[in-house]
Design a protein around this ligand. Structure first.
Ligand SMILES: [Zn+2]
Length: 417
């Protein structure tokens, strides 16, 4: 592989960005479409077959010796959040592109076909719906569920599709049958601090956390902050604070399994300096790769709600607003990936992925491997996001070795792999 060319590809993709701080390349916008079309025409010019499916995923294919065999696929996404960095998703696409181009140039033949997939709309930033492209490939999304979603300017998802030359009525055509892929691999930046802290070159995901989310509405009594003695109060915010601390404690006791819990929204009402909070709306996000461990934290959430209702004379209503099951990744793939790292003497760390990725949907169709490279200071979804070219090149090398293992090399003109 030509790592200088990989770096140029990364820069080229990141030259497509709307104005603003960092990278702004939101799903199904004109700028994102230009970027992905640029990748498609680059591949076509070099003689690789490139097509867009009905969800807007770009699929680049290098035929195998036996075209009827399932493809070995790899890829990631190039859409971004607002004010993003230039590495989340883009690294996996640039590495995958370099991989397929270099094999094509070197005329390396594989038994199985190879496919690079550039997934559409991985980020939920624009429409509040994540990994749309891979969900469509895995048959996990229906048109009705997303047609009416709007972005912050009031543009409907179905109209954004039209602008990209896509027809939401045909979304179902993107679905691939089970057995269409032999395996799928995604190379991604870690988006967290573990690899850097552990001083490891590669992260191998053992599972992808599923999020269970609740909205809590805590009701107390709003009254004068000066005239209501402390023992006559029904302060909704103090109840919320106790619940938040109880969940923190519960998640900390599950820390070794990697379960995490976050209160990310807490709206205090009426929100005045001189009024005791009468109501609080609060969100709870619990994630982990062990369903059992998640349930322990959820049970503790309910226990604390009950205790605080009684102790503080508050009323707490809870609504489950999301419940994703964790995805455990294929053991054979995990073992193979660790073998590949050991053969190359790269240091690696087994870890769970706290963030969702397209790989979790692809796991419905075939064995999946998810590889991480370190993120500087653990930062992601931030213009400061950074991984060095050495780190990216090493990740791309592991990706290539692994893909070729699964696709089975039959011949090459140069004899070089
Ligand atoms: Zn990503």
């Amino acid at each position: 592989m030509d790592f200088q060319r990989l770096e140029q590809t990364l820069k080229k993709i990141n030259s497509y960005s709307d104005a603003g701080e960092g990278i702004n390349r939101l799903a199904y916008t004109a700028i994102e479409q230009q970027a992905v079309k640029d990748i498609a025409s680059l591949c076509e010019n070099e003689g690789l077959a490139a097509r867009f499916d009905s969800a807007g995923n770009l699929i680049v294919r290098k035929e195998g010796v036996n075209a009827s065999l399932p493809a070995v696929a790899f890829g990631s996404h190039i859409d971004s959040v607002y004010e993003a960095g230039g590495y989340d998703g883009t690294v996996g696409v640039a590495a995958g592109l370099e991989l397929i181009r270099s094999l094509h140039e070197e005329n390396i033949q594989t038994e199985h076909p190879l496919e690079l997939i550039v997934f559409a709309c991985e980020e939920s930033a624009r429409f509040g719906f994540s990994t749309l492209g891979s969900k469509a490939i895995a048959g996990l999304v229906k048109k009705e569920a997303i047609a009416e979603l709007q972005d912050k300017d009031g543009i409907l998802l179905q109209d954004a599709f039209k602008k990209c030359g896509l027809d939401l009525d045909k979304l179902g055509e993107a679905k691939q049958r089970e057995g269409a892929y032999k395996a799928f691999f995604e190379l991604h930046v870690e988006q967290g601090p573990i690899l850097e802290k552990e001083n490891k070159q590669i992260g191998i995901a053992t599972g992808i956390a599923g999020a269970t989310r609740f909205q809590l509405n805590i009701t107390g009594v709003a009254s004068h902050s000066g005239t209501t003695p402390m023992d006559y109060r029904k302060d909704a915010f103090l109840g919320a604070a106790e619940i938040a601390l109880a969940i923190e404690k519960a998640a900390q006791s599950e820390n070794s399994i990697g379960t995490v819990a976050t209160v990310g929204v807490c709206n205090v009402k009426p929100g005045a300096m001189n009024v005791i909070p009468g109501a609080v709306e609060m969100s709870v996000d619990i994630r982990g790769i062990s369903e059992k461990s998640k349930q322990i934290v959820i049970q503790e959430l309910f226990r604390s709600i009950k205790a605080i209702e009684e102790k503080r004379m508050l009323m707490v209503q809870h609504t489950k607003i999301g419940d994703q099951a964790p995805v455990l990744l294929n053991q054979d793939v995990i073992r193979e990936l660790s073998n590949t790292c050991e053969e190359s003497q790269y240091s690696y760390h087994m870890m769970s992925s706290g963030a969702g990725h397209d790989a979790m949907n692809m796991a419905k169709l075939c064995p999946v491997g998810l590889l991480f490279i370190p993120s500087k200071n653990g930062l992601s979804h931030n213009p400061e996001e950074y991984s060095s070219m050495e780190q990216i090149a090493l990740g791309a090398t592991v990706l290539k070795k692994e893909v070729l293992k699964w696709a089975k090399v039959t011949s090459s003109t140069t004899g070089q792999i």
